[in-house]
Design a protein around this ligand. Sequence first.
Ligand SMILES: [Ca+2]
Length: 263
Amino acid sequence: MPFTISCKKKHHKKNEYPWQQQPTNVTYVKKLQLKLIRQFPHKGDRNYTQGLAFFQGFLYESTGLEGQSSLKKIDVNNGNIVMQKNINDYFAEGITILNGYITQISWKNMKTFAFEINDFKEKSINFTYNTEGWGLTDNGTQFIMSDGSDKIYFRNTATFNVEKEINVNYEGNPVVYLNELEFTANKIYANVYGSPMIYSIDPSNGNVIEAIDCSSIICAQISKDNPENVLNGIAYNAISKTFYLTGKRCPVIYEVVFEAQSL
Ligand SMILES: [Ca+2]
């Protein structure tokens, strides 16, 4: 037969169980979920995505690999490539659009390249740096760059000198392989190489604020045929308040929002 146990509620003094106290210096990560809005084809044969940016209604993509790198302008209505510049003399990485032109970093050349937005004509603006180049975005006044470690560098737009750097951590543990980046609403969103997760990061201290599990979309599923084909590429559309996501050689570009997990 059912029975009940009388449980007299106990009231403990504050700090009576210090082992239950939570460390004061850890920011606990909030889990968000992906909501798919729509998708369109990720076209072209140079589609080893290393950078993705949105500007005035179009997506701009940088693709990598030696001899297969490129810069593309993509119509987000249908995925059509409306402009493409093939790059054969370096391994291209992240891009961002700031001060009226496109800046692209390179993997191991330790050099940036610059292009006109309207015709991809190369500009004679080149900066050097002393790390690998992985992801690039900006906050309007600084370039923000990753190099495959747990570091994110904030760089002067006129000199590319490092003005600040942060070490990214997930509840106190370093997050390495930070890859493609996107800055919006005072957060840095980052792909993590080989992971289906996107993290949002506090630019003031490197704490991961939110984690978005993207494993439901095909780009985030590691290909058995080629494990290099990983989730990479994130761009924000401030008008629709949506993100575009894709991956290396992924056949699809997704338009998504990040939202609180449903219970
Ligand atoms: Ca981006």
